[in-house]
Ligand binder design. Structure first.
Ligand code: XIL
Length: 590
């Protein structure tokens, strides 16, 4: 398993972003200033954006925070999608990787929605969880007629092998088996009566984990279950059965590395205590297993109707639960099953008898933070720090940047998590960058630039395109613009001059002195529309020319290395990065 230090947005974290909006130091002064303006103007989306996000608060303690998300919601609701990318560092497909969705027929696999989500996660620098390979629910209609004792092992291993290989190298962790304990089943060990148990006996656990480990040696392999949290006798029985299962698997040498505890909690008017779960998690950790809170939400069906009262009691449950489980250092991930009350499975699963909308998640249906979000923040800030993290399988050093002219720029942006390499261990510094990719990168580099420009719906950027959201944000921040007729050309390779103009526009750099352009031997090739902004960027030492520092090559397509160099220099100019010395940085005094 690869170890990676938490690097994400390190500079923000070091500010002690924990005190909510109260934290104010020099380098987030801009943020603070924007925030005050936003309050004055009543710009709620800006306010929510400026307040440190849940994933940042978690990352300050070496924890990963994220949520389940669905293809349907993330491709249709851009305000929600914005909130999601802002708050989450990890994404689990809510249903898209279950058998029912992946297996239209006994022979076919349909990865389209899963792939979209994997891509979406990667392009927004989120990690990706696999859920779930073996579950007695969400099986396709054909399953019952086709799968039997003779072919069950073949179906199981082929499914796991195909699906896990398909996403190999991209997955933080796989829920290999889900909900396989049912203490009332009457089976030995309280194993649930599933088709797999019926056909294969209890060996199916080992078969499943071994197939997954073979297909992706990097992903953390998880056993996931619910009902492990409360102080009740039922939960006691379930904890015992799960512990017994985990002990058996470990002593068998089954390749299991973590327990996922779903944590679908219930709020009660008199409060909810979690005094027993801590000891259980300690026992799990003693087996050498990591722990992930995978599906946290708090059902409010037992609470009075008044929303403020409900929100307060639900928040208490979040605070009490998280403070109990985060005391165990083996807990490395906290994930909620949804982010906003706008979309939650509890609407159907645990409705209120008075018909009022349920309020189980950290953000309300208007996407505004609730007391539960504050409670999570408090719990994260009080949690003991985790040391090094097992996080993503993606490598952090790349063979093909060693000795490259842009290596220091690229490495610095990798360290800041502004750029990422490919799962095969390459960075591909000389490859081109599309306008959509550039939009995603520039957003990650300049998260604090306010989104003040109008939204534009481009004819050639459908909502289902992975970069839809990134382009929207980059447009609102003023980094990129479309072509006439609401055309964006998201797949077009971006020329160097467009990168420079983008940075000058989004960062509001200007000059009236065009003489600086004489530093370029090919200055006559700079398009008229771009001259002022190229001059402004040049003055601020944002331009980097390789191989010849006097040749701008404005109309040549930018490479990933060049985009890295320009963006890094723009960060230096903004005071957000240390300067790097390179003979290729254009300095007018030379
Ligand atoms: C739920 C989804 O949220 C629903 O949309 C779907 O209809 C049923 O499944 N435990 C799990 C999740 O492991 O996969 C379930 O997700 C919630 C309970």
């Amino acid at each position: 398993m690869r170890q990676r230090l938490i690097k994400r947005r390190k500079f923000l974290l070091s500010l002690g972003a924990l005190g909510g909006i109260g934290a104010c130091t020099t380098s987030n002064f801009r943020n603070w200033h924007n925030l005050q303006q936003a309050f004055a103007n009543g710009q709620n989306d800006l306010i929510a954006q400026a307040i440190p996000a849940l994933d940042q608060q978690a990352a300050a303690k070496g924890l990963i925070y994220g949520s389940a998300g669905s293809y349907a919601n993330l491709t249709s609701d851009s305000a929600y999608t914005n909130l999601f990318t802002q708050q989450c560092e990890i994404l689990t497909p809510e249903n898209e990787l279950k058998w029912r969705r992946l297996r239209p027929t006994p022979k076919r696999f349909d990865f389209r929605q899963g792939d979209w989500l994997a891509n979406f996660a990667r392009s927004h620098n989120m990690q990706f969880r696999g859920h779930t390979l073996v579950w007695h629910e969400s099986l396709p209609d054909w399953f019952e007629d086709i799968v039997n004792a003779q072919n069950a092992e073949q179906f199981l291993t082929q499914h796991i092998n195909t699906v896990v290989k398909h996403y190999a190298g991209q997955v933080h962790s796989w829920d290999v088996i889900n909900e396989a304990i049912d203490v009332k089943s009457g089976e030995p060990g309280g194993l649930r009566n599933t088709p797999w148990l019926k056909f294969l006996g209890r060996d199916y656990f080992d078969i499943a984990f071994r197939s997954a480990a073979q297909a992706d040696p990097q992903a953390l392999l998880v056993y996931n279950d619910f009902g492990l949290d409360a102080d009740t006798p039922q939960a006691d029985a379930k904890r015992n059965a799960v512990l017994q299962l985990l002990r058996r698997l470990k002593s068998n040498g089954t390749p299991i590395q973590a327990l996922g505890t779903q944590a679908h909690l219930f709020a009660n008017p008199g409060g909810t205590k979690f005094t027993k779960v801590r000891r259980f998690l300690g026992d799990v950790a003693d087996l050498g297993l990591k722990i992930l809170v995978t599906e946290l939400d708090v059902a409010d069906k037992n609470l009075p109707k008044d929303p403020a009262t409900r929100d307060r009691i639900v928040a208490d449950v979040y605070r009490n639960y998280l403070s109990a489980v985060l005391a165990e250092p083996a807990v490395i991930v906290v994930q909620t099953w949804g982010l906003s009350d706008r979309y939650t499975w509890l609407t159907k699963q645990q409705p209120r008898s008075d018909g009022a909308a349920v309020r189980p998640l950290p953000f309300d249906a208007q996407l505004q933070p609730k007391p539960a979000k504050q409670a999570m923040t408090t719990a994260f800030s009080q949690a003991p720090a985790r040391s090094a993290q097992i996080t993503q399988p993606t490598p952090t050093t790349f063979s093909d940047i060693q000795g490259h002219w842009a290596q220091p720029f690229i490495q610095a942006l990798l360290d800041k998590n502004i750029l990422a390499g490919f799962p095969d261990g390459t960075f591909r510094p000389n490859s081109p960058v599309t306008r959509a990719e550039f939009s995603a990168i520039v957003n990650r580099a300049f998260r604090e630039v306010p989104q003040n420009n109008p939204t534009i719906e481009f004819q050639d950027v459908p909502r289902s395109f992975w970069g839809y959201n990134a382009i929207q944000i980059a447009v609102r921040r003023g980094f990129v613009v479309g072509y006439p007729g609401r055309i964006f050309k998201p797949q077009q390779q971006i020329p160097r001059v467009q990168v420079i103009v983008a940075l000058a526009s989004g960062l509001n750099l200007s000059t009236s002195d065009l003489n600086v352009l004489s530093v370029y031997q090919d200055a006559n090739q700079i398009p008229t529309y771009a001259r002022r902004q190229v001059a402004a960027a040049t003055q601020r030492e944002i331009v980097v020319n390789y191989p010849s520092v006097r040749l701008l090559n404005p109309n040549r397509n930018a490479t990933r290395a060049e985009v890295a160099a320009f963006i890094y220099q723009a960060l230096v100019n903004a005071g957000d990065a240390e300067s790097i010395s390179s003979p290729y940085i254009v300095q007018i005094s030379r």
